[in-house]
Write a protein that binds this ligand. Structure first.
Ligand code: GDP
Length: 175
């Protein structure tokens, strides 16, 4: 087998965290299946979904875990985080309390890569400005993006940035 034919496979675990009802499940279903569910309820038991992204001509697979409602009981277990390479930490731009809780999630986790302000379609009921999101991310050293799982704004980009960052980190270590 020549070098060109060498099959390289990448599979990274990513977790999605944040308060209840910020849109974690819908971001994942939009990214993995291009679906949105207006009446989604926490599904206990659904663990992860996979999606591939092409980065520098290579297929990089992400195995993305959803809390499946564990956060409702403040019971996100260490097993959930085990082996994760990165995280999307999501708040809801139309509910300030979910933004105020970002610090609590950061304490719990030292691998957060991306802060996500979801539901940016809800401009009329916005409680957290774009600039507030940006400055929090800057002070915590996180990437930042606003998304809407409802109308698809930036959903793919949010996941792609995290996956690309992980891929770059891993390739740097290997080389
Ligand atoms: P989770 O508990 O964080 O997983 O949140 P869900 O994905 O279950 O979403 C909670 C509620 O917010 C559901 O009623 C969704 O339909 C709604 N939702 C999720 N994402 C968006 C979004 O981008 N825009 C709007 N307007 N609603 C959303």
């Amino acid at each position: 087998m020549s070098d060109d034919e060498t099959v390289e496979e990448y599979l990274f675990k990513i977790v999605i965290i944040g308060d209840s009802a910020v849109g974690k499940s819908n971001l994942l279903s939009r990214f993995a299946r291009n679906e949105f569910n207006a009446h989604s309820k926490a599904t206990i038991g659904v663990e992860f979904q996979t999606q591939s992204v092409e980065i520098d001509g290579k297929e990089v697979k992400a195995q993305i875990w959803d809390t499946a409602g564990q956060e409702r009981f403040r019971a996100v277990t260490s097993a959930y985080y085990r082996g994760a390479f990165g995280a999307l930490l999501v708040y809801d731009i139309s509910r300030r309390a979910t933004f105020d809780n970002v610090a609590r999630w950061l304490d719990e986790l030292n691998l957060a890569k991306m802060l996500v302000g979801n539901k940016c379609d809800l401009e009329n009921t916005r409680e957290v400005s774009l600039d507030e999101g940006k400055s929090l991310a800057e002070s915590e050293g996180l990437f930042f993006i606003e998304t809407s799982a409802l109308d698809s704004t930036n959903v793919w980009t949010a996941f792609e940035i995290v996956i690309r960052e992980i891929y770059n980190n891993v390739s740097r270590k290997v080389l």
